[in-house]
Unconditional design. Sequence first.
Length: 448
Amino acid sequence: MENIVIIGNGISGVTAARHIRKMSDKRIMIVSAETDHFFSRTALMYVYMGHMQYEHIKPYEDWFWEKNRIELVRGYVTRVDVTKKELFIDNSRVLGYDKLIIATGSKPNKFGWPGQDLHGVQGLYSKQDLDLLEVNAPDKEVCKRAVIVGGGLIGIELAEMLRSRDIPVTFLVRETNFWDGVLPDGESKMINEHIVEHHIDLRLATNLVEILPDENGRVRAVTTDKGETINCNLVGLTPGVTPNVSFLSDSGIELGRGVKVNRFLETNMPDVYAIGDCAEQHEPIGNRRPIEAVWYTGRMMGEAVAQTICGNRMQYNPGHWFNSAKFLDIEYQTYGWVFSNRGKKEYESHFHWRHSEEKICITIAYHKDSKKFLGINTFGIRMRHEIFDRWLNEERDVDYVIEHLIDANFDPEFYKKYEAEIVDAYNKESGQTIKLKKRSIRRIFALN
Ligand SMILES: Cc1cc2nc3c(=O)[nH]c(=O)nc-3n(C[C@H](O)[C@H](O)[C@H](O)COP(=O)(O)OP(=O)(O)OC[C@H]3O[C@@H](n4cnc5c(N)ncnc54)[C@H](O)[C@@H]3O)c2cc1C
């Protein structure tokens, strides 16, 4: 029986295992160092915030794995020998494989700051990080102030978590506006305001210089490039993530920042594949990054590699880009491509609308010559994924999108709708007289 070994029990490794089991009788083993069972990393914050218990963020019951003949091995893979087709667990146990899937995810970045390894300095990635946070910041008496370094999605989650326990938070963000490498300026400025309104001490355009210890080797303060010293008991390092691949450095498997793969998720070594956060495409797919550290792409890669391993060689083909996240209580969705002011393509124009009082806005990107719809960001309005996918496939223009925007709205019926205001603003800006169409179930579900 063919022996499939998967390193990593995150979304990508577990999806691969589940799909291989659906299609075959192969022996499947998952080796992972972090936890016995798969859990939803994206829900870690809700455990700290008391909305859920750890048991609740495990998508499968513990009996699932044995019932489905997926063997779980707890341990850290220290080395892979591709010639003998073996891997070494904790430098002692040896495991043979016929096919190997590397799904080892990411680790938080550290940039060599003085003091970055002191007690009380941590990232937010793993279950162990969550446990450590309970030690470092159980409440505002133990943790009188936290400093978070790095203004991305994980940084703002950590800020929200700490604020849920009333812990004062200072947030050091290198950029001039929050996440402005990704978001257009109108949006990132709105998020700046929202962060401040949530009593988070946001310091824009500010870099960490040094983390200072107390006499016991615990963090006591940080210094910034603005010449300030900020006293604190916790430093949360959230300046992005890097693929977890250093254990492969002498394996002969080609590495860049991650494990180099082709569109079939195959590495340069026979029978070795890589998926999820740790995989790096030789050539980026469209406007996507070569490394995609997001949940749903890990799942898609897991599905694709399972097909290949079960004899139906399949490319990873992720379709139109989409993503969603939360900035405190503002829901954010993105479909297609809307680049930030810094990253904007020369052919890209934006229509931006923001509500006069509430923290609600959208940005639509379109081609400045053809007016072809390129993508949309929405904050505080929930939209239908399938509709934007269809409009992108059909290469609709921006006028069509504006005219039919109500079809895409996925907010509950009783929510206030803003499409009429959005159309008015678009007409004013473009000098047109577009009228908003009535919502049509036939159109929404493409019924003829
Ligand atoms: C706090 C947080 C919030 C997030 N929120 C979102 C979100 O809202 N939306 C979104 O799209 N994405 C989100 N992400 C990113 C998302 O969680 C990741 O993209 C996804 O978990 C990656 O899955 P993966 O299977 O590739 O790797 P991982 O989930 O990282 O799993 C890899 C596993 O492999 C183990 N491992 C690594 N090396 C070894 C080794 N040598 N031996 C044995 N085991 C090893 C690791 O310990 C880990 O358990 C979030 C991430 C974090 C940290």
